[in-house]
Every structure is written in C-alpha cells, then in structure tokens.
Design a protein around this ligand. Structure first.
Ligand SMILES: Cc1ncc(COP(=O)(O)O)c(C=O)c1O
Length: 367
C-alpha cells in the first residue's frame, strides 16, 4: 500500500486552507488508520483535533498523542467507554475530563455514561449527536437537547458538555454552495440546536460545534455555524472521493501488486477463450496478480478492466494486447475507500521522489 507524499501534502494543505484559521480542522482517524500517518497530518495541518470511531484506538491515541483533543464520531456502548478507563494509565499528560468527548445520542445513553462516571469517580465530557438531516440517529429535533442539558448541568462533578456533532454526508456529491436548499436546511437545523443550547444558559462559544466530512467540508469556507470541521479520506482521496468539493485534491493512495503469470491468450477450455477474445478486445491477454479482491480498481496500466474473476490469492486480470507488461512488473490499483483497505496490508510505504521514503505501520488492535 503506497502513499504519494507530495500529493498527500497537497491534499492536507487544501483541506486545512478550506477550514481556514477561525475553525478547527479535525482529522478523522478511522480513514487514516496509522499513528505515523495521523502524526504527519496533525503536524502539517497544525491541528491537535482528532475524531475516533473505535475503542482500541482511543487508548492508543491517549497514550501516543497526549496533547490531542478527541471527539468520538459514533456513540460507543458504555462498556467500551469503561474499557477505556480500565486500560488508561491516567498519566498526567492526557486528561480525559477535558480532552476526550464521548458522543451521546439519547437520554438513555447519557444515563448510562453518568452511571459509569459516578461508579468510576470521574468527570466525563460529552458531545451530543444531532440529526441535521442524515437520519442516522442522534437527537431528532432541537427540543430534544433540553432534558439532556439539564442532566448535564445538574451533575457537574460527573458530566460536562463538550458540544454538538451533526454529520451531513447526504450532501455528498452536490455541487452545493451555501445557497443550496439542502445546505441551507442543514445549517438552519444546526442553528436550531445551537439556539436551544443557548436557551439553557450555556456559553456556546466554548463548545465544539462539529460537522462535515471530506465530501462536504469545502461548502463551509464562508460559514461559521460550525467551528469544528472533520475530514480524513480527502487526505489520500480514494476513488469514492472523486466528488465535487474534492476536485482539486489528488489521488494519493495506491495498491501495487506484482504480476505472477502472463498468458498471451485467454486460457479457457474448448473454444471459449478464442470466442471471448474475438468478441471482447479486453480479453486477449491474461495476467495473474499477487492477491486481489480488494475494494479497489486497476488504474495502471491504464484501461485495465476489472478482474476477470475475483480471487484473494491470485487474481486473474484480462486485458487488451496493448497492455504489455512482464512477470514481476507491477499493476497498481486505487482503493475505493481508505479505512478498511489500508488495514489489509503491512506498513504503508510512503513514496517521495520515486523512492520509498518511509514505512508507517497501520493500527493494530491491542488486547
Ligand atoms: C461523524 C463523521 N464525521 C466525519 C466523517 C468523515 O470522514 P471522511 O472525511 O473520511 O469521509 C465521518 C465518516 O464516516 C463520520 O461518520
């Protein structure tokens, strides 16, 4: 798995510029699952804000980035939160009470977290997931925040409010600006939640008002409703991220796989191979590559169609006669997404000036 350093740096700069100096750029760690990769993005974008989605990563991040500011991107079962505190070494550098925001999507979950905080004798910072139109859970309307805010305000030794999180990937792909009806709707619903929070006497200027993702972050350059915008995948721009607001970002993530075998005809029984080759010019040569069946598409050599059939061991790739590469040469693929595919290989190989400049291990689950 290769990362092109120059292209990635360009992408980080584009995202950071789009967020601008007045808002926080929050790095979505699930989409960049490597400590060294995350460290690089944080340094280049000059941010300490991270969004996490997986319990073991929370402990890894607390130990590795003691200066970070962490927001959970999905609500964790309370048992997962408990696991964090059990494994956490309570070293003075990372203070969960101020640097870690647990995502809460309902009164029931808040009650569970409050119970845990009381049992452990800790103060937990919570961020409320709000539904701004995606309908993937979260508080359904602004009025719903009021009872949760009361619970938080009534128990200051165990709970504090970190902010709100309203994700809106249903805007993905739209050539949308701030005048677009769907964007206006998201922002007006978001503002409704902010107003209800203010009604409870809370100073919202101190809160993390998070939203966006790689596909949509570019929409908000000139809007200040949210002060904290997330993006991960746009840093390496897998295929599914060839969308409108990332049009100036560049593909930076590739799988390189060696050719194991080559046939200059389609080696199928009877006349099958000949018939297929006559009918389809992309079925005149057959290569077997090392591995396969990834969430990815062949991009080099160009015009290589998808696998002839899928195999995770040795995948056959049929091509036209114009694809003339040897055994031990490489084919390259572009993953459709980063978060899962990046974890299927060993270290990430960071390519700079046509040479491998670095090897970055990917996240491993720890016990
Ligand atoms: C809550 C939340 N925020 C932001 C993101 C954006 O991540 P990315 O930029 O990798 O698409 C996601 C992706 O799933 C998400 O669930």
């Amino acid at each position: 798995m290769l990362i092109d350093l120059d292209r990635m740096n360009h992408n980080i700069d584009m995202l950071a510029k789009s967020v601008g100096p007045d808002k926080t750029y929050r790095v979505v760690v699930k989409s960049l699952p490597s400590v060294e990769l995350v460290r690089h993005v944080m340094a280049r974008a000059n941010t300490r804000a991270l969004m996490l989605f997986h319990q073991p990563f929370v402990n890894v991040v607390a130990d590795t980035f003691p200066d970070s500011d962490v927001l959970l991107g999905k609500p964790m079962p309370v048992s997962a939160a408990e696991t964090f505190y059990k494994k956490f070494s309570f070293q003075p550098e990372f203070d969960p009470a101020t640097q870690l925001q647990w995502l809460i999507d309902s009164s029931e979950r808040l009650a569970q977290y409050q119970g845990l905080a009381r049992r452990l004798g800790v103060r937990m910072k919570v961020n409320l997931e709000i539904d701004v139109g995606l309908h993937r859970g979260g508080l359904p309307e602004p009025e719903a925040v009021t009872p949760l805010l009361k619970t938080i305000q009534d128990d200051p030794s165990h709970l504090t409010l970190g902010g709100l999180m309203g994700y809106e990937p249903h805007l993905t792909g739209l050539a949308a600006n701030l005048d677009h009806e769907s964007v206006k709707s998201v922002l007006s619903v978001y503002r409704g939640f902010i107003d209800k929070t203010k009604d409870s006497g809370i100073d919202v200027s101190r809160l993390t008002l998070n939203g966006a993702g790689s596909h949509t972050l570019g929409i908000y350059e000139k809007d200040n409703t949210m002060n904290d915008l997330s993006a991960g995948s746009g840093v390496v721009k897998p295929l599914d991220f060839d969308t409108y607001h990332l049009r100036d970002n560049q593909p930076a993530l590739f799988i390189g796989t060696p050719i194991l075998k080559r046939y200059d005809y389609l080696p199928l029984g009877g006349n099958m191979g000949k018939t297929l080759s006559a009918w389809d010019p992309n079925r005149r040569r057959l290569y077997y590559v090392y591995g396969g069946y990834w969430k990815a598409r062949y991009v080099s050599p160009s015009s290589v169609p998808d696998a002839f059939y899928h195999s995770t061991n040795q995948e056959p790739v049929s091509t036209s006669e114009s694809v003339d590469i040897k055994v031990d040469d490489y084919m390259f693929l572009r993953p459709t997404q980063s978060e899962h595919v990046m974890l299927q290989f060993g270290d990430l190989l960071v390519v700079n000036d046509s040479a491998i400049a670095n090897q970055w291990p990917v996240f491993r689950e720890t016990g």
